[in-house]
Design a protein around this ligand. Sequence first.
Ligand SMILES: O=c1nc[nH]c2c1ncn2[C@H]1C[C@H](O)[C@@H](COP(=O)(O)OP(=O)(O)OP(=O)(O)O)O1
Ligand SMILES: [Mg+2]
Length: 197
Amino acid sequence: MNLTQLVLASHNAGKLKELQAMLGDSVQLRSIGEFSQVEPEETGLSFVENAILKARNAARISGLPALADDSGLAVDFLGGAPGIYSARYADGKGDAANNAKLLDALRDVPDAMRGAQFVCVLALVRHADDPLPILCEGLWHGRILHAASGDHGFGYDPLFWVPERNVSSAELSPADKNQISHRARAMDLLRQRLGLK
Ligand SMILES: O=c1nc[nH]c2c1ncn2[C@H]1C[C@H](O)[C@@H](COP(=O)(O)OP(=O)(O)OP(=O)(O)O)O1
Ligand SMILES: [Mg+2]
């Protein structure tokens, strides 16, 4: 498989930046935005299904092998919500609205009950109809803060407390986040699987 060029099946600039940094120079990630502005509907019931659906769609549109990242935040107190619906938690109003809704849902919930996991599933398809997508997952355990803190990253990072560093995920430098995040763990497995390390 020639993997010098992959299309990233994502319209999220934060993901592109993180994944490209993790992959290094040997693989060039091209954004699906170069080919189409239309985002596929994420109709799957799992991260795996949505990652495969996005990867196939991008491979079909671009004619290139495609990598997709389906990720989200699973909050214990909310029974794993917003989960696969994380990006749409506040009905598509964006990160700030999602974060405000999450803080509201956890209002007055004590620290011990604020556990959460970031989840990332990476799916790589060699072509649109690939019968054997490569799937790798990563989890990152933490806790939901009572208020936003930090300016790095994207999405729920300002609300995600990282116990091993005693800071929010948005207070980590990009390089630090890329060492320990759910996405880093999934990418580590993918690089092993592809023989890139
Ligand atoms: O490291 C992260 N730090 C903070 N928040 C994160 C992270 N990783 C995922 N998230 C949140 C963002 C979004 O609310 C949802 C992903 O949703 P997800 O559908 O996979 O991505 P998306 O719609 O932003 O872009 P796309 O589908 O085009 O790849 O989880
Ligand atoms: Mg999405």
